[in-house]
Design a protein around this ligand. Structure first.
Ligand code: F6R
Length: 601
């Protein structure tokens, strides 16, 4: 979702800001803009609808050499994608330029209360914020006080990351955040602000954390923080150990394929980090807190929710703790009866999903213990939970989550084993699983052929399976929908005859997932029922349950190990979605309307 980057330093700001915007593209956006205060004291604002490269083309028409500026990619919330609605927005008197991520829930009220007679150029909530700063400054407040006064007027449901520039002191950046990410990067040649460290890693890996409700005033060689009372202080920086090339797609046509390919390595990284002397090793405090609970509640959204459905099985079966998985946007407003000693696990790739943060906030306020399992270090969910476990999957750039999903499942397996104790063979089993993941990835050509033959020209598709396989059908359908725009559904195979079978026509693709011995026969019967009605059935089965007719045969997972079925199934379902999107010549990494980090509710 929206991305912010700002620079104040000794070098030309424009190339840095445009490069930052390109690196933020993966978050999803529909327009972009940049403001520079030039060396010859002009204020130049350029905005464009569409891609960052369209903005870059437009920028060529202007002379924009300057040592400070702010830039933004916008994902429309209030007002359609257009040049007028793109950020930065400007105060009516032309003094202030502002970019914003998040949503100002009470913007209409603020407009009515404070900005009567002010002429607005956009339909956005953001413009209200910059007009308020302009208005308060025109009444005699200094910029910092005007900025703080505006922030204090935002209601509790609002979320924001703001970056403001004052044309009267153009070497300063004013930053503030609440519930939306914003980091300050520091370097010898200038200081930067960004909603994502990845955008500025070429300049610096040293960052200062900005807390909710603080304001930072940033010059080229100083960062001053102010609390809501106006007291000033500084904070030490931290070093982020990320390889900037990890966010480079190399020779791959799309990040998604690269990230699918990385899954065996990610599994090995988790094994390396979470085992000591062959035993699962997780911080004792986490294990103790979970053992002390009578119920685990897993809270997550989208793909992370689907990973939580699989994790639930391990917490129940291995650790013996009743566990339920909830969609965060639902749990926020519609809670079940909470047990006496609950433990909450938040699962996320980005750690910035507003729906999940909303739940974490009130669960913390209720005093219940919380753990976040997330990929992005230092994200809001990891910082604000009592405990956190990093997924160590490396940057995930494609909008469709792949390696984060498998790493979320594996991390939950290791955690469940650590709670349960024993499982002395787990390290060996997971290492073998990593080899098996690689072998499925190596068979991708066959999966491409199936996608080309049966899915690229299909308008709908169904995934069915039972037990843990049914959980995977949800993720399989989500992947196919989001990047190929195929109307796809995944559900428990037994449910087919209770309604959906009416949608099966000649040639409708129905994909069966078979890794669970108890229900393999039943799923096959359900597939037969669809075939009898003309469906084109594709089967994905583990070797021990496979027949010679199956289309994709996964490595053997017999006995208890069939619980790992979802991890192996993840690879072909991701590849089927990828090759369907690729075959339709779509922009696989940037599906329409979607954002990587969903920072609005
Ligand atoms: C789908 C996908 C989304 C995310 C969801 C939650 O491929 O990526 O469904 O899983 O938006 O995001 P995180 O995991 O960042 O909390």
């Amino acid at each position: 979702m929206c991305g912010i980057v700002g620079y104040t330093g000794i070098n030309n700001a424009l190339p840095f800001l445009l490069d930052g915007l390109e690196k933020l593209e993966y978050r999803g956006y529909d327009s972009a803009g940049v403001y520079i205060h030039t060396d010859d004291d002009r204020d130049v604002l350029v905005k464009e609808k569409g891609r960052v490269k369209d903005l870059e083309k437009k920028v060529e028409e202007f002379d924009m050499r300057g040592k400070s500026g702010i830039a933004h990619t916008r994902w429309a919330t209030h007002g359609q994608p257009s040049i007028e609605n793109a950020h930065p927005h400007v105060s009516a008197d032309g003094r202030y330029y502002l970019v914003h991520n998040g949503v100002i829930e009470n913007y209409k009220q603020l407009k009515a209360d404070y900005l009567d007679g002010v002429e607005f150029k956009s339909q956005t909530d953001t413009e209200v914020a910059v007009q308020l700063v302009g208005k308060f400054a025109s009444q005699g407040l200094d910029t910092l006080t005007a900025f703080r006064k505006m922030i204090n007027l935002l209601d509790d449901n609002s979320s924001y990351a703001f970056l403001l520039m004052d044309t009267k002191s153009p070497d300063l950046l004013y930053a503030a955040k609440s519930k939306s990410p914003l980091l300050i990067g520091i370097s010898e040649t200038g200081n930067v602000v960004s909603s994502d460290a990845l955008a500025v890693l070429d300049l610096t890996k040293d960052f200062i954390e900005l807390h909710d409700s603080e304001i930072a005033v940033i010059s080229k060689n100083d960062v001053q923080l102010y609390n809501s009372k106006g007291n000033s202080y500084t904070r030490n920086s931290f070093h982020l150990d990320i390889d900037p090339t990890a966010a480079d797609k190399g020779t791959y046509p799309f990040f998604m394929l690269k990230e699918i390919d990385e899954q065996a390595i990610v599994a090995r990284t988790l094994i390396k980090n979470y085992f000591i002397n062959g035993f699962p090793h997780i911080d004792e405090k986490i294990i103790h807190a979970i053992k002390d609970s009578d119920h685990i509640y897993i809270i997550a959204a989208g793909t992370s929710y689907n990973a939580g459905l699989i994790g639930r099985r391990f917490f129940e079966k291995w650790a013996g703790i009743p566990t339920e998985t909830y969609v965060s946007s639902e749990f926020a407003y519609d809670q079940p009866i909470i047990s006496k000693k609950p433990f909450f696990i938040f699962i996320s790739q980005s750690g910035e999903t507003a729906d999940s943060i909303q739940v974490l906030d009130f669960i913390k306020a209720a005093g219940y213990p919380t753990l976040t399992i997330a990929n992005v270090l230092n994200s809001t969910l990891t910082r604000e939970a009592d405990f956190s476990l990093p997924l160590l999957a490396g940057p995930e750039i494609a909008v469709a989550s792949t390696k984060a999903y498998t790493s979320q499942i594996i991390a939950q397996i290791i955690l469940a084993a650590a709670i349960a104790g024993g499982h002395e063979d787990l390290q060996k089993e997971l290492s073998k699983l990593a080899v098996d993941i690689q072998s499925v990835i190596d068979g991708k050509e066959k999966i491409k052929q199936l996608a080309d033959k049966y899915l690229v020209n299909a308008d709908r598709a169904f995934y069915i399976g039972r037990g843990a396989d049914a959980d995977v059908t949800l993720e399989a359908a989500l992947k196919l929908k989001e990047i190929s725009y195929t109307l796809a559904e995944g559900f428990a195979a037994g449910e087919l005859k209770h309604g959906t079978i009416s949608l099966i026509e000649q040639g409708t693709p129905v994909i069966g997932l078979i890794s669970q011995s108890k229900t393999a026969g039943l799923t096959r019967s359900n597939l037969e029922e669809t075939m009898a009605r003309g469906a084109k059935v594709i089967t994905i089965a583990t070797k021990n349950l496979a027949t010679s007719e199956d289309d994709i045969v996964l490595p053997e997972l017999a006995g208890e190990n069939e619980m790992f079925g979802p991890i192996l199934e993840a690879i072909p379902i991701q590849l089927l979605a990828y090759y369907t999107s690729f075959g339709r010549e779509l922009d696989v990494d940037h599906p329409r309307n979607l954002a990587k980090s969903v920072t609005v509710q």
